[in-house]
Design a protein around this ligand. Structure first.
Ligand SMILES: NC(=O)c1ccc[n+]([C@@H]2O[C@H](COP(=O)([O-])OP(=O)(O)OC[C@H]3O[C@@H](n4cnc5c(N)ncnc54)[C@H](OP(=O)(O)O)[C@@H]3O)[C@@H](O)[C@H]2O)c1
Length: 321
């Protein structure tokens, strides 16, 4: 099924809005709060937007856990950040979201070092992985990496957020789910999350729509929480994300891409801006503004359909908890 005309129209309006919006980020490093003593987790931190986010959090004094699937790439990233910021407090965790058996052992390092956590940015992601490709547990690859794996990681980190909240109910704690403008390019068939017959473009779009659903459903599954769960589209950013894109399409959009630091401005607006506290939840757009998703996705994410989708992922990850 294709996206409805209304969804496509809303997507077009969102693209025009993005193209015409001021490109000057308004929420910058100097506006971020002092993060001394805070512990943050950033996934997909070995390159692209994730590295820039980790740098900025560390510069404000946070202890940052960098998560990626390659130990060697993580070490390189740590060296890179340490060259610029010798005082940065960084540590690393290796896990591969395409194999759920790696997540529990990977996260142990964080769990044995900390009792509290102040924020997590689910930034890792894959786009346009080969059609029909599946994760180790048989999930469509993009849904597996972009949604199923991150929900399992979040499960292990939940108690740390809860402890931070109980110790100081005034703490500003955040979960950021990195989505995309691509979420307008799917028909939101939530009852077919593991369909491997769709095009890779549609499945990427679907996985990014689920990231929004996860931002909406996390608080609904954690009643009484004060942790803010937010989704963000970082912008069209020049990174390795386009590695599976054919060279013609890549060249076509190359001129529209922004440097990775701009993607970090968007993600850190979602992670740190006081404006999010006023909203309670949000969909953040480039380079740090409150935006909106399609009417249909908004409705479905807040309905029993969104709840069932979260619960379906929960059932899949249960054996790996
Ligand atoms: N760039 C854009 O224009 C754009 C637009 C909209 C949304 N986004 C979103 O922004 C986020 C960051 O992407 P980016 O642009 O910075 O791309 P990127 O440079 O490709 O970074 C993606 C990160 O995710 C990691 N990753 C991929 N597969 C993984 C797996 N199986 N297990 C663990 N980690 C894995 C990558 O690790 P490896 O290096 O090992 O592959 C890398 O660290 C993604 O969620 C993406 O969907 C980006």
């Amino acid at each position: 099924m294709l996206p409805t005309l209304r969804t496509l129209w809303e997507g077009l309006c969102a693209s025009v809005d993005e193209a015409s919006a001021s490109k000057t980020p308004q929420f910058l490093d100097e506006d971020y709060p002092d993060l001394t003593g805070a512990v943050w987790v950033v996934t997909g931190a070995n390159g692209g937007i994730g590295t820039e986010v980790a740098k900025k959090l560390a510069r404000k004094g946070a202890k940052v856990w960098l998560i990626a699937r390659s130990h060697a790439k993580l070490e390189e990233t740590v060296q890179l950040i340490k060259t610029e910021q010798p005082e940065a407090q960084l540590d690393t965790c290796v896990m591969d979201f395409s194999d759920l058996t790696t997540i529990k052992p990977g996260v142990q390092k964080i769990l044995s070092n900390h009792t509290e956590l102040h924020g997590i940015i689910h930034n890792a992601g894959v786009m346009f992985a080969e059609k029909g490709l599946k994760t180790a547990q048989g999930f469509e690859y993009q849904v597996g990496v972009n949604n199923v794996g991150p929900q399992l990681l979040q499960h292990f980190l939940d108690p740390l957020l809860e402890r931070a909240m109980n110790r100081d109910p005034r703490s500003d704690l955040r979960i950021v789910w990195i989505s995309s403008l691509a979420l307008y390019l799917t028909s939101y068939e939530f009852d077919k999350p593991n369909d491997t017959t769709r095009s890779v473009t549609e499945r990427y779009a679907f996985s990014k729509a689920i990231n929004y659903v996860q931002s909406v459903q996390w608080p609904l599954h954690h009643p009484g929480t004060q942790v803010l769960s937010v989704a963000a589209h970082p912008g069209i950013i020049k990174t390795e994300l386009f590695r599976h894109t054919d060279s013609f399409s890549d060249r076509l959009i190359d001129g529209l891409k922004w440097p990775p630091e701009y993607g970090a401005y968007t993600e850190l607006f979602a992670a740190l801006s006081p404006e999010i506290c006023k909203e309670g939840s949000a969909f953040v757009v480039p380079f740090g503004r409150i935006g909106r998703v399609s009417t249909e996705l908004y409705k479905r994410a807040h309905s029993s359909q969104g709840q069932k989708l979260w619960d379906w992922i929960d059932e899949q990850i249960e054996p790996y908890k």
